[in-house]
Ligand binder design. Structure first.
Ligand SMILES: [Zn+2]
Length: 364
């Protein structure tokens, strides 16, 4: 005996073959917007079968209900038949749904590329001159054995000032006044990275870090409230001032040319002791023109500040100053770019004047 009538089976097989035919039609034709309409119809038909046969009030649960008054043997036999039919329906739907998903994926990829869009002639882009100079400097310092590390622009007072031996009442804070937020400040120099990097890594270490800095400077041809700096430092046993001079000398020779001379003038920074300003011989007039606009006739161009890392800074970082010593230097990327590429005004870097940016498109 059988609990499922032949009529019912025929009805199901008719419906499911109708769905399969529709699926075949969709697969055989070119995918376009009408395909999505056909798929909608297909899904409606599947839902109809599901609700007719599998839903709570559907045919399958009804058939199971009919078993309740039968003997255990009949229950077992007819239950098996119902189960087989249910499995057949579920498997058919599963297979069909997989095929639909496949078609939908194809449609998605096809229509994501919009071939109808109008072609717009494109302009060849190029790197900004600041990026170019950064890259040039990274290349030179990498050759000299320095690692390159990224930095944070929003900083706390400890990393920007106190750890660098600039306590709250230090007069140098006026020079490095900055923008204050509720939770931090905009860093005034890349020297904060000395602290952040040394909190993570211990000497021996040789690192440069490049990034944006901020001060409350008024805007003019050589000052800006935003600029880029390169910070470099090296710490190891027995590092001395000569190592600093030698490193910077090699840098200027590689970057500004082998004829370049260097000159150090004593200076003051709270985080280095002793400190110096380094100048290079004017590479425009070769120290031969009293009217040179770049060196103002002095023959020298000041390019960076440097010095031996103050032992107080090392102590702040739990580095034994009796065992380790180090040097540090910081230079302004805009200043280097202005010198090397004869750019007269710092404001040109961020006015986004496209003709200015185009001037350097040949370099990269
Ligand atoms: Zn000059």
């Amino acid at each position: 005996m059988s609990i499922i009538s032949q009529d019912l089976k025929d009805k199901y097989h008719f419906n499911i073959s109708e769905i399969r035919n529709l699926l075949q039609t969709i697969e055989s034709q070119k995918l376009d917007f009408s395909t999505t309409e056909l798929i909608k119809e297909l899904k409606r038909k599947i839902e109809k079968i599901k609700s007719e046969f599998l839903s709570k009030k559907g045919i399958i649960p009804q058939l199971i209900n009919e078993l309740s008054n039968l003997s255990p043997d009949q229950k077992r036999e007819l239950g098996k038949e119902i189960n087989q039919f249910k499995n057949e329906i579920e498997n058919d739907i599963k297979t069909i749904n997989k095929q639909i998903e496949k078609i939908e994926r194809k449609i998605k990829y096809q229509f994501d590329i919009d071939l109808s869009i109008t072609y717009l002639p494109s302009q060849k882009g190029s790197f900004h001159i600041i990026s170019i100079v950064q890259e040039e400097l990274i290349n030179v310092f990498s050759e000299l054995g320095f690692f390159v590390m990224d930095g944070v622009e929003i900083e706390d007072e400890y990393h920007n000032f106190e750890a660098l031996n600039i306590p709250q009442d230090h007069p140098a804070r006026d020079m490095w006044d900055t923008f204050y937020f509720k939770d931090g400040i905009l860093r005034t120099h890349t020297s904060n990275m000395q602290i952040r990097i040394l909190e993570k890594y211990k000497p021996p270490i040789k690192v440069i870090s490049i990034g944006k800095c901020y001060r409350r400077d008024n805007l003019d041809a050589t000052h800006s409230f935003q600029f880029h700096q390169l910070e470099g430092f090296a710490i190891d046993e027995d590092i001395n001032f000569l190592d600093l001079i030698r490193t910077l000398y090699r840098f200027v020779n590689k970057y500004f040319g082998p004829e370049t001379k260097v000159n150090f003038i004593p200076s003051y920074f709270p985080f280095t002791e002793p400190s110096a300003e380094m100048s290079i011989s004017c590479f425009y007039c070769q120290q031969n023109d009293e009217n040179c606009s770049v060196c103002k006739g002095t023959g020298w161009i000041e390019i960076l500040g440097c010095g031996m890392i103050n032992p107080i800074v090392l102590k702040n970082l739990d580095i034994d100053p009796d065992k380790y010593s180090g040097f540090a230097f910081g230079l302004g990327i805009e200043r280097i770019a202005m010198l090397k590429y004869k750019i007269p005004d710092i404001r040109m870097f961020f006015e986004n004047y496209i003709e200015f940016n185009k001037l350097f498109s040949e370099i990269n």
